[in-house]
Design a protein around this ligand. Structure first.
Ligand code: NDP
Length: 246
């Protein structure tokens, strides 16, 4: 086990599968204690087994991110147990539906925005004071190329990801005079359940594995990070935007 993140407490949403699973696993391998959030207990338990087998530690939090009251309680619970939070990975997300805007059911629109936008904000709100307490607080939001695309039928998902990125830019400027550093990431097309749902005709073997994508995201969570309010593009392996804090 490496020890780059020894003693750090890291919360990862959507840790039961896909990109979030591997970010959580790799954070634990670097020495962080991982608070793993998702609905699927089986996926969380598998993660826990893998982390323990590698000598790491995790706390499993089975939680539905549509339950805003439960999100609100997380900050207090983390403060009581660990007294701080060093890392937030706001990774959980859903595709909603790919359809013309005029054909999307209100229920689907609202649920997608609730998970991708409202829950992200509620998570930020509950952990913001804890991250500010850390001497090297780091947050990463999993965005998408869709946030900047103009593709037909992707409007719902694109709007939700653009909203998330906007929050992150603003949060970065709110915290620019603290040690906290917050950035967005576009992971690019990745071999996960979400991608298969979006592109059912695609051969998954042609896509990068979530473990490899997670490994490119991990350095954004290290204490030495100085950038904030920016967007890291995994396929291009570089920051796409540099926004001087206003
Ligand atoms: P997956 O569908 O594989 O995993 C999504 C994760 O989010 C799961 O752990 C799931 O857990 C969790 N989640 C979904 N809904 C809820 C909910 N209501 N409550 C709690 N947890 C929930 O997605 P990916 O790994 O592909 O995507 C991760 C992130 O990366 C997403 O934000 C996505 O938008 C983004 N992204 C992915 C791309 C790709 O090609 N894969 C491309 C661009 C961006 P559970 O179901 O157990 O609750």
């Amino acid at each position: 086990m490496a020890d780059k993140l020894n003693g750090r407490i890291a919360l990862v949403t959507g840790a039961s599968r896909g990109i979030g699973y591997f970010i959580a696993k790799q954070l634990a391998a670097e020495g962080a204690h991982v608070i793993a959030v998702a609905r699927t207990v089986g996926g969380l338990e598998e993660l826990d087994d893998e982390i323990q087998a590698a000598g790491g530690t995790a706390t499993l939090v089975p939680l539905d991110l549509t339950d805003m009251a439960a999100i609100d309680q997380l900050g207090g619970a983390i403060h009581e147990r660990w007294g701080k939070l060093d890392i937030l990975v706001a990774n959980a997300g859903v595709l909603g539906v790919l359809a013309p805007l005029g054909h999307i059911e209100a229920k689907t629109f609202e649920k997608t925005m609730s998970i991708n936008v409202n829950a992200t904000w509620r998570m930020i709100r509950t952990v913001d004071p804890l991250l500010r307490m850390s001497d090297a607080g780091r947050a990463v939001y999993l965005s998408s190329g869709a946030a900047h695309s103009t593709k037909a039928y992707w409007g719902l998902y694109a709007a939700s990801k653009a909203a998330g990125e906007a929050m992150i830019r603003s949060w970065a400027n709110e915290t620019v005079n603290t040690p906290l550093r917050v950035n967005s990431v576009n992971p690019g097309a990745t071999r996960t359940a979400m991608r298969a749902l979006a592109m059912p005709g695609e051969d998954p073997d042609t896509l990068p594995r979530p473990a490899d994508v997670a490994a490119k995201i991990l350095p954004l969570l290290y204490p030495e990070v100085t950038r904030t309010g920016q967007l890291f593009d995994v396929p291009q392996n570089r920051f796409l935007s540099y926004r001087v804090p206003e």
